[in-house]
Design a protein around this ligand. Structure first.
Ligand SMILES: Nc1ncnc2c1ncn2[C@@H]1O[C@H](COP(=O)(O)OP(=O)(O)OP(=O)(O)O)[C@@H](O)[C@H]1O
Ligand SMILES: [Mg+2]
Length: 289
């Protein structure tokens, strides 16, 4: 068997913890919404997702730890995106979907909730997708949007919020002179940081990132990685990535999926250096991808 893909496969400069900008390290959520005290834990119990006749997610049970970066890895089509969509109930919009089992956010089942609870749930579960999708409005309005939906109208307060979260996403200096221009005029990397600011502004408990850096240039991609490393002080981050190197650089916790099942999950060190399952070993060795 080929060598496993371990932390030692990375050049030294990649193994060092990423340096983060001063503004980001100083960042604190502004606590305008009730976040509750204590830990934000996501516990998945016997989750099954069917789409029409297809069994997409099979008996998934796992715990996503608080204030850590959890990387979900696995070959294309194994169900990574479906799992993230189940966490924020975007899965509901898929025709012919059936979901069973439980996903507990701080003890409350989010699979069975409905109506207004879903709006509140989506606030807690900020999803960032592969292709940045800013809303067709100005940079300012993109960040303010979620806060307005959740009842914040005061202009001065909104200005403070917008600045705070654009700083958190490392974008403020680049856009402060043109907040009222359309977001679509930003570069793709800037748009992705704007989407991150928009998600953060409503103070999610989790940031769900589905290949959030795969469409970006290397510098924008590194910026997002560094932001995630800094933001995990305050948020739990679940990152789907196709890049094992990226998972090695950022993951605290790893979930390996294959054909709709969780094959192995645990601390990154353990999964990367001592995977117990043969399939995980093969995947990390590059025998299949
Ligand atoms: N709306 C849908 N209708 C039918 N099947 C779907 C739908 N969405 C996903 N699937 C199927 O569910 C399975 C898992 O898809 P999913 O997008 O979750 O995989 P993934 O691990 O994210 O793959 P990739 O790495 O390519 O993004 C695939 O077989 C896919 O074809
Ligand atoms: Mg996917």
């Amino acid at each position: 068997m080929k060598h496993l893909f371990t932390a030692m496969s990375l050049p030294a400069e990649e193994r060092k913890p990423a340096a983060v900008g001063k503004l980001v390290t100083m960042f604190r959520p502004d606590h305008k919404f009730e976040r509750g005290e204590g830990e934000s834990e996501l516990v998945v119990e016997n989750l099954n997702v069917h789409i029409k006749q297809q069994h997409i997610l099979k008996e998934i049970s796992l715990t996503i730890p608080d204030k850590k970066i959890t990387c979900i890895i696995g070959p294309s089509g194994c169900g990574k995106s479906t799992l993230l969509k189940t966490f924020n109930r975007l899965i509901d919009s898929v025709e012919g979907v059936r979901v069973s089992g439980r996903v507990l956010l701080n003890g409350e089942d989010i699979v069975g909730s409905g109506g207004a609870e879903i709006i509140n749930l989506r606030r807690k579960m900020g999803l960032i997708s592969q292709k940045p999708c800013p809303l067709p409005m100005s940079i300012f309005d993109n960040v303010a949007y979620g806060c307005r939906v959740h009842g914040i109208r005061n202009r001065r307060k909104l200005r403070m919020i917008v600045r705070h979260y654009l700083e958190a996403a490392g974008l403020w200096e680049e856009v402060k002179e043109r907040l009222n221009t359309p977001a679509a005029r930003l570069s793709i990397g800037q748009q992705q940081r704007l989407c991150l600011a928009r998600s953060l502004a409503v103070e999610p408990h989790f940031i769900l990132a589905d290949e959030a850096t795969s469409a970006l240039d290397p510098i924008s991609s590194k910026t997002i990685e560094e932001l995630f490393i800094a933001l995990k002080q305050h948020y739990s981050i679940v990152m789907v990535t196709h890049t094992l190197r990226q998972a090695l650089r950022v993951a605290d916790h790893v979930v390996f999926m294959y054909l709709g099942q969780v094959i192995e999950a645990g601390p990154a060190d353990q999964v990367f250096n001592n995977p117990t399952n043969k399939l995980t070993q093969k995947y990390l060795s590059g025998i299949f991808s």
